[in-house]
Design a protein around this ligand. Structure first.
Ligand code: NAD
Ligand code: MG
Length: 387
């Protein structure tokens, strides 16, 4: 970087999670280009304090109010401001110094702070896919109105974004999202009726937070990504396909109107898409491990089994139905995953619960933001009582 170029000032929402901690590794390696302005966490006060002492942000926010004093007492003498609670998460993203907000918190909780950041004119590096699933139309039109860019962090969407650089005016015929298939690829419904939490938490290619790991095992993650892709790239539903690719080397593909397909490849490592989103339009030098053809003599592809992995079918259905359906799908899934992680329902029980909730919440064809908050609450209420 030339010495006259200003460093990008970054806020990380969810700095103690899988994406958040990897983002901090990237920032540490690229300290000449990036500086941490804000760190936030849900409840992991110890790690948040450790990160703050190392990266010296201007401000930190801890979601869990009961941890406020511990965090403040450790950081005030270092001149780091501390706040707590949901409202603070929304306010902190408005700070004038911030250039880009990395949304690395998990679930519906990401929606309000992401909207607040866009309203404040901050560019978004978006890991929190649930925000676009729930309110894709509202979020992307607000971003357009405010002149805010949304840079994808999800590896598949980063791949598509990278394929589209230099092709902005060329029409897309379709995109193909690759899916690893998760730990239960090739299994039958009967097999799935007996799988355990520990098995579901063991992803073959990626190490991630618990919620997305379960979503990957059930293929809901791919379903959420289909909806995320629609809004990120302004696609029609029928332009989005999914293919299972167990090695996770091809991260996704774009097919243009002339039939040519572009794919982006690399080892499965989230640091690359994180670095690309934060550094765009630059490709920055790094020491990440490189792909070696000898380690991958074959790359395989197969169709997704939508009958066994019904969650992916539900996501396609929600996309087709539109309106508040993806929001209901997401809320039902968040409750289902939490219940599964809490040993309250089985792996297949998650799909049954989601199907039942989707059939019960009133459909709203053109939801306002308030309608979406209502739909989320209503779906959670039904899901929690139905378990
Ligand atoms: P994680 O569970 O490891 O981390 C979540 C972070 O958000 C933590 O810092 C946690 O403290 C914070 N958080 C959680 N709930 C919160 C709340 N209610 N209020 C404030 N903070 C809260 O999750 P992750 O795996 O890093 O995933 C983060 C997001 O990125 C998810 O939307 C996920 O789908 C997406 N994503 C993750 C990966 C990955 O490799 N982990 C890849 C692609 C996309
Ligand atoms: Mg992904």
């Amino acid at each position: 970087m030339s010495t006259t170029e200003r460093k990008k000032h970054i806020a990380i929402l969810g700095s103690t999670g899988s994406i958040g901690t990897q983002a901090l590794e990237v920032i540490e390696e690229q300290h000449e280009s990036f500086v941490v302005e804000v760190l936030t966490a849900g409840s992991n006060a110890d790690l948040l304090i450790e990160q703050a002492l190392k990266f010296k942000p201007n401000t930190v926010v801890i979601g869990d109010q009961s941890k406020f004093e511990i965090v403040r007492d450790c950081l005030w003498e270092h001149g780091i401001k501390t706040f707590a609670g949901e409202k603070a998460l929304e306010q902190v993203v408005e700070m004038a110094e911030i250039d880009i907000v990395l949304t690395a918190l998990v679930g519906f909780a990401g929606l309000r702070p992401t909207l607040a950041a866009i309203n404040a004119g901050k560019h978004i590096a978006l890991a929190n896919k649930e925000t676009l699933v729930v309110a894709g139309e509202i979020v992307t039109s607000l971003a357009k109105e405010k002149g805010v860019n949304i840079y994808p962090v999800d590896s598949e969407h980063s791949a598509i974004f990278q394929c589209l650089v230099g092709e902005w005016h060329n029409p897309i015929e379709k995109i193909v999202l690759t899916a690893s298939g998760g730990p239960f690829r090739g299994r039958t419904k009967l097999d799935l009726s007996a799988v355990t939490k520990a098995q579901a938490l063991k992803h073959p290619n990626w190490s991630m937070g618990a919620k997305i790991t379960i979503d990957s095992a059930s293929l809901m993650n791919k379903g959420l990504e289909v909806i995320e892709a629609k809004w990120l790239f302004g696609l029609k539903n029928e332009q989005i396909e999914v293919i299972v690719h167990p090695q996770s080397i091809i991260h996704s593909l774009v097919q243009f109107k002339d039939g040519s397909m572009k794919a982006q490849m690399g080892l499965p490592d989230m640091k690359l898409p994180i670095q690309y989103a934060l550094g765009f339009p630059k490709r920055m030098e790094n020491n990440f491990p490189r792909f070696n053809f000898h380690d991958y003599p074959q790359l395989n592809f197969e169709l997704a089994d939508l009958r066994t992995f019904r969650n992916l079918q539900f996501a396609f259905d929600a996309l087709e139905k539109g309106g508040n359906s993806p929001c209901v799908l997401n809320a039902a899934n968040e409750v289902a995953v939490a219940l599964f992680l809490d040993d309250k329902i089985s792996f297949l029980g998650m799909s049954d619960l989601i199907e039942s909730v989707m059939a019960q919440v009133k459909h709203i064809a053109k939801p306002t933001l308030e309608d979406l908050f209502w739909s989320d609450t209503e779906a959670r209420r039904i899901a929690s009582t139905g378990a």
